[in-house]
Design a protein around this ligand. Structure first.
Ligand SMILES: Nc1ncnc2c1ncn2[C@@H]1O[C@H](COP(=O)(O)OP(=O)(O)OP(=O)(O)O)[C@@H](O)[C@H]1O
Ligand SMILES: [Mg+2]
Length: 223
């Protein structure tokens, strides 16, 4: 049994007549500890695939099995619980809250889940240390560089110890050096902590450093 099994996944936007069929029956098996680059032209459906994998949206057809269990057979409440505990998201723009410090931003998903503040603080400090940001705990996003902001966003995604990181062009808004540093951080989480990473990227060099690379073409996958 695979860790994640995507079966006949379809996504169509719009209503009858003006339908746009973006994913046309995707099949993919993913093992725990995989690192997969997702590439493809703009509009090919990369973000759509990630949002389905992270249960941010429901498919038009097909399903995703996690550890053999149907994801989209779950009701909305259970789907939200899955999203909040199993998956960490990193986007092109960090979406940090501007009025909170780096430490508070990383702690936030745990505070929302009513975890104990002292333990959360310890874990968040540890994560920020791992990202080389120990000297920036009290900085607000506006007082951090773009690369630092993105590293804070990765650590926020890790706070609840997800099994999977879904990253949608996480380096897309960074210069080369900061992009490589962020990518190295993600790769380290994969190799040392065994976190499964699915990353959309337009950067072929980064894609080549991951264990697998898939390309979306005409709504289907080429690996
Ligand atoms: N909510 C929506 N309603 C209607 N159409 C949508 C919606 N979201 C995406 N689309 C369309 O679906 C197609 C795939 O979009 P998606 O964002 O998945 O592409 P992408 O591969 O991530 O592209 P990019 O590289 O530009 O980020 C696009 O043509 C887009 O216009
Ligand atoms: Mg996209």
């Amino acid at each position: 049994m695979s860790f994640i099994e995507i079966k006949g996944l379809r996504k169509t936007y719009g209503k009858a007549g003006g339908e746009l069929s973006v994913l046309k029956g995707i099949d993919l098996e993913i093992n725990q500890g995989d690192s997969i680059a997702v590439t493809g032209a703009s509009g090919a459906g990369k973000s759509t695939l990630l949002s389905l994998m992270g249960a941010l949206d429901r498919p038009t057809g097909g399903d995703i099995l996690y550890d053999g269990s149907s994801l989209f057979g779950l009701d909305d409440k259970r789907l939200a619980a899955f999203r909040n505990s199993k998956v960490g998201f990193v986007f092109q723009f960090h979406h940090l809250l501007p009025e909170f410090t780096a430490l508070e931003n990383v702690m936030l998903p745990g505070l929302i889940a009513c975890e104990e503040r002292g333990l959360l603080r310890e874990r968040a400090e540890g994560l920020l240390e791992e990202a080389g940001l120990s000297a920036r705990l009290d900085h607000k996003p506006g007082e951090l560089s773009g690369g630092e902001q993105q590293r804070v966003a990765v650590m926020r995604a890790l706070l609840r110890r997800p099994e999977i990181i879904l990253a949608d062009e996480p380096t897309g808004n960074l210069d080369r050096k900061n992009g490589e540093d962020l990518f190295d951080l993600l790769l380290r989480l994969n190799t040392t902590d065994g976190i499964t990473i699915i990353m959309v990227t337009h950067n072929d060099l980064l894609a080549s450093k991951m264990k697998r690379s898939i390309t979306l073409v005409d709504g289907l996958i080429c690996e």
